[in-house]
Design a protein around this ligand. Structure first.
Ligand SMILES: [Zn+2]
Length: 249
């Protein structure tokens, strides 16, 4: 039994549960560290056993204990997703400093995903909060050249910025800043691949949703789910994908 696998999954579940709190409270400018979690319907403070990731949801059959309000399936989903991604990072990287960089990337994506799904915003404070940690892990511990990070950030920020100017809609300033930060972490080559993949997924899946009339043409659609999938693919498979693509020429 690989205990680290289990640990990474369980840590992911717990962090996922915390990321939900951060992602929900940050855009509302509510404190998220010292305030206890409460039922969003009747505001009864939650007991510790009501905060167990996934388990509480299953035991309570998707309803709160206090007033039997329906709990969004987003909670267990985000917890499981974070747990699975943490375990996935561990399996792919092992116990190395690089793992810290990958966990930082996944954590950023998960919080942004929560805020985007709930409020359609990417909080600035969140991106600013992550920046020093990213510099510490990527540039100081892992010794990635600052110039590469800077060029990556400029590429992500600049290309999305141009796309916003040209297309006049679709992506917003939040996406531009997020891509700047992703560029810092991924470098120019991989951030451009991320952007390409995200737009492709967005066009294909968005197109299917439109065709099947699950969404309306005027309805704004969260773009971060596509960015998150694209980032994880580029981060873990970007270089092999480039080699495969280059082998055709
Ligand atoms: Zn309640």
């Amino acid at each position: 039994m690989d205990w680290y696998f289990l640990y990474s999954f369980i840590y992911g579940l717990l962090f996922g549960s915390f990321f939900l709190v951060v992602g929900f409270r940050l855009p509302l400018r509510k404190p998220f560290l010292w305030e206890r979690s409460a039922c969003c319907h009747c505001h009864t403070p939650l007991k510790f056993y009501e905060l167990l990731p996934v388990l509480s949801y299953i035991i309570q059959r998707g309803r709160s204990r206090c007033c039997k309000t329906h709990i969004s399936v987003l909670y267990p989903f985000m917890e499981l997703l974070t747990g699975s991604l943490y375990a996935f990072c561990y399996i792919n990287i092992g116990i190395k400093w690089e793992l810290l960089g990958a966990l930082l990337l996944v954590s950023l994506l998960m919080i942004v995903l929560v805020s985007d799904l709930k409020f359609m915003v990417i909080p600035n404070q969140l991106l600013l909060f992550f920046l020093p940690f990213i510099i510490l892990v990527d540039n100081i511990i892992l010794k990635k050249p600052f110039m590469d990070s800077f060029i990556g950030a400029a590429a992500g920020f600049g290309v999305v910025g141009m796309m916003i100017l040209i297309s006049n809609g679709g992506m917003g300033a939040g996406d531009m800043k997020l891509f700047g930060l992703l560029g810092w972490m991924l470098g120019m080559k991989l951030v451009l691949m991320t952007l390409f993949l995200a737009c492709t997924f967005g066009a294909v899946i968005g197109g299917l949703l439109l065709l099947t009339r699950r969404i309306d043409r005027r309805q704004p659609v969260p773009f971060v789910p596509y960015i998150a999938i694209a980032t994880i693919i580029s981060y873990f498979y970007g270089n092999p994908l480039y080699m495969w693509y280059a082998s055709f020429y």
